[in-house]
Structures are given as C-alpha cells and as structure tokens.
Design a protein around this ligand. Structure first.
Ligand code: FAD
Length: 410
C-alpha cells in the first residue's frame, strides 16, 4: 500500500529542554519528525540548575535505551539494585528490596542513580547533533495561538527579538509553571503541602552505617530520605521535612544543617556539606492534558512529592507515549483522536499511580500512630521476605505496572 501523504505542517514545537522535552524531541526526530526545541536557559547557565530528580526506574531506563541515551548515562551514574526502608526511632533496617526479582520483567533490574542535570546535559548534546532538531537556547516562550491547521509560538530569542515560530503541534514540557497550560485555561487540581523539604548534599560515606544507595527512613518526628550520587565529589542527598513557619535563611544556616545532620547520624567531627536547597512540594494534576494542538507533558501536566522518585520518571513516560502518537498522526497513519488516548492513558496514570503512590509513600514515612506504624513495617518486612510479593511490590515501585496498565486503556 502506498504511504499516506503527510499533510501536517511540521515541525512540532516543544517548549522546555528538561528531561521530558528532550526525550520527546529525540524520539520524534529519530522517527524523522522535525522539531523546534525552545529553552529559556542559555548554554552559559544551562548546567547551573538546582539539584532535582535522579532516581531512574527500570521502565524509564528501557525508554532511555530506546533513544540511545541510556549508554551515555550509565557511566555517569550509580547502578542501585537495592533500596532500604529504615526505622529512625529504632535505628534499624525494616526491609531491603532487591530489583533482581525483576530479572524476567526488564532488561534493567535496577535503578540508575543519575541526576537530572546529567540527563539533560547528555540529551541536549544528542539533540544538537541531530539535523532534524533546531535547538533554540536562550529563547523564552511567551505565548501561542492555534487554528485548525497549526500553531504559532511567540518567543523572545537570544538576541532579545520577538519572534513567531510556526508548527504543527505545541507541546508544553516547560515544567510546573506552564504558560501553555494557563493559556488553554486548564485547572491544575490538587494541593501543596505546608512543609517544605530541605535537601542537604553531603560528602560522607553512609554505607559505613549499613545504608544502601537509596534509603527511605520513617520517623514520626522527622522522616528522611538518603540517596547516593556519583561525583566528583561523591555525594549523598539527605531530605528532611521542615517547619512551615521557619524562614529559609534559618533553615539553611550551616550550623543549623550541621545540627540536623548530627541528630540524624551522630558522627565525630562535622559533615562536609556540599550544597543545600529548600523546595515546596505539590500534588497536582492538570484537569486536561490537551486542547486542540496544544499538549501538556511532564511537570506541566502533573507534579508530585519526590518520595518514590516518580516525577521525572512518569514525565519521561508521557514523552514516549506522546511521541508514538504524534508520529502516527504526522505520518497520516492516525487521526487526532490518538491524542485523546494519550490524555486518557497518562492522566489515569498521573492520578491513580503517581499521585496515589507518592501520597501513600509520604504517609508511610511520617506515620505517628504506633499501631499503624508497626502494621506498616510488618507489611514491608513481609513483602520483602517473599520473592513473589517483593516482585509485585517492585513492579509497582519501578513503574513497570503503570506502563502495562496504560497500554490496556483504549
Ligand atoms: C528536589 C527535587 C527532587 C526530585 N527528585 C526526583 C526524583 O528522584 N525522581 C523523579 O522522578 N522526580 C524527581 N523530582 C521531580 C523532577 O525534577 C521533575 O518531575 C522533572 O524535572 C520534570 O521534568 P520536565 O522536563 O517536565 O520539567 P523541568 O525539568 O522543570 O524542565 C522544564 C524546562 O523548561 C524550561 N522552561 C520553563 N519555562 C520556559 C519558557 N517560558 N520558555 C522556554 N523554556 C522554559 C526550563 O528552563 C526547563 O529547562 C524532584 C523534584 C525536586 C524539586
């Protein structure tokens, strides 16, 4: 059968060179679709972003592998097959989960600890080397218009000029403050936790105390998370919830952070603190993921607590799901109802998986009722101790389940 004529005006306009925008851009270009990628940061400050995500789950590693990104990231990260739940009150290990039980479910039975900044650095290099991608660094997106046939994006380019860029579709991968989402007037439903999370980066070998590369530490007073990152310098991130009434200056004073760390783990001498930041935690999902030719993906469509490391991962899953549909539409093999399926699939996952699980993860760590705490911990021990239960638990935690479930949605 002769191929159907492509009638859509390319390119696809992607706003934001975060992990979601870059993965979408690479997946489209590798399917011969041209893309204009707009990023407000310039080459001079692109790598100066605050530390954020970086626990990349098996389902995401499979997607990175599909576009040739995994092989660039593995040498820059830490392969972490195991993670721990600890009880800070008792100072004891509750349960150890080992992704090895997923060896028949995925080519990657582990998490790759590789920070967002390394992901975008490597993916940007790949995008800039692809002739189908026009990367517009230092270019700020300010608004767009759409008609039945296409879109036009307004940007202020690197020379400070206002420019209009035409395309077939516009995808907002701009992050939580998405201008596209506001322009199409879509509500960002959900809530923001009153307490902010303090992230302290420390050069210290926590494995000496029995910790593994990824640790969730429950405590009714001050739960925390502890994650290892490859250097230089070799670092660990320790997350703590903070009092909503305390100001940022007080919370991030070196002596205050030092005292907090020593309460967490008393050591001789001081911890070597390499950095810190404080961030608000939101649980929100856009009411719609699409209006006409404007589509939301990643943080512009959903944001969640980082406990469980799901924001970046589920955003990257949006990118690949959407790329497949846009490719079919732009090749004339499918119509725009494909985009409604994107919304049905990925919104369902955002609400039923990502939000539900991250809210549950936080509750588990901060639980105050001793009876419920004990029941939760017993349940974790039971799951970790039974290989079939552990596999079920990890299929969910590694987001393999969420990809399989989305595929079932027509
Ligand atoms: C402290 C912290 C820890 C986290 N840890 C994890 C974790 O372990 N695992 C996990 O999965 N998730 C984690 N997350 C969440 C994760 O960082 C985000 O979900 C992820 O970065 C979202 O990717 P994105 O590409 O959608 O948006 P972003 O990463 O926010 O990228 C958006 C891009 O758009 C650009 N942009 C914005 N506005 C414009 C504009 N007007 N014009 C042009 N460009 C624009 C920005 O400069 C940026 O480059 C964490 C978040 C935080 C805050």
């Amino acid at each position: 059968m002769a191929p159907t004529k492509v009638t859509e005006p390319e390119p696809v306009i992607v706003i934001g060179a975060g992990p979601v925008g870059l993965c979408l851009t690479l997946a489209l270009a590798q399917a011969e679709i041209s893309v204009v990628l707009i990023e407000t940061l310039s080459h001079d400050n692109f790598l100066d972003q605050v530390p954020r995500a970086g626990s990349n789950h098996p389902a995401t590693l499979e997607l990175f592998d599909r576009i040739g990104l995994y092989e660039k990231l593995e040498p820059r990260g830490i392969i972490a097959p195991k993670f721990h739940y600890w009880d800070r009150q008792e100072g004891s290990l509750i349960a150890e989960f080992d992704h090895a039980v997923l060896k028949n479910d995925t080519k990657f039975p582990f998490v790759l600890q590789c920070e967002r900044i390394k992901i975008v650095e490597e993916a940007l290099k790949m995008a800039e080397a692809n002739s189908l991608i026009s990367v517009r660094m230092g270019t700020t997106f300010t608004g767009f218009k759409q008609s039945a046939d296409g879109v036009t994006a307004q940007v202020t380019n690197a020379d400070g000029e206002v420019e209009t860029i035409a395309g077939s579709y516009i995808v907002s991968a701009e992050g939580a403050r998405s201008i596209v989402r506001k322009t199409i007037d879509v509500e960002f439903e959900g809530f923001t936790y009153p307490e902010r999370t303090l992230n302290i980066e420390v050069a210290y070998d926590f494995t000496k105390h029995g910790y593994t590369e990824r640790n969730y530490i429950s405590d009714p007073v001050e739960y925390s998370n502890l994650f290892h990152w490859k250097g230089p310098p070799d670092r660990w991130r320790v997350h703590f919830p903070t009092d909503p009434n305390e100001d940022e200056g007080a919370l991030t004073r070196p002596e205050t952070m030092q005292a907090r760390l020593k309460r967490f783990l008393p050591i001789d001498g001081d911890f070597e603190i390499c950095g810190s930041n404080l961030y608000a935690v939101h649980q929100r999902v856009a009411k719609k993921f699409r209006k006409g030719r404007a589509i939301l993906a990643g943080d512009s469509a959903h944001v969640n607590s980082p406990i469980g490391g799901m924001g970046l991962n589920s955003g990257v899953h949006d990118a690949f799901n959407l790329s497949e549909k846009l490719v079919r539409i732009l090749r004339g093999e499918a119509d725009e109802t494909e985009l409604d399926r994107y919304e049905r699939q990925r919104r369902h996952i955002a609400v039923k998986h990502t939000q539900t699980q991250t809210i549950r993860n936080k509750r588990l760590l901060e639980e105050r009722d001793p009876v419920v705490r004990k029941r939760n911990h017993d349940e974790l021990r039971r799951s970790a101790g039974d290989p079939e239960e552990a596999r079920k638990f990890l299929l969910r935690a590694s987001l393999i389940d969420s990809i399989r479930e989305a595929e079932q949605i027509a």
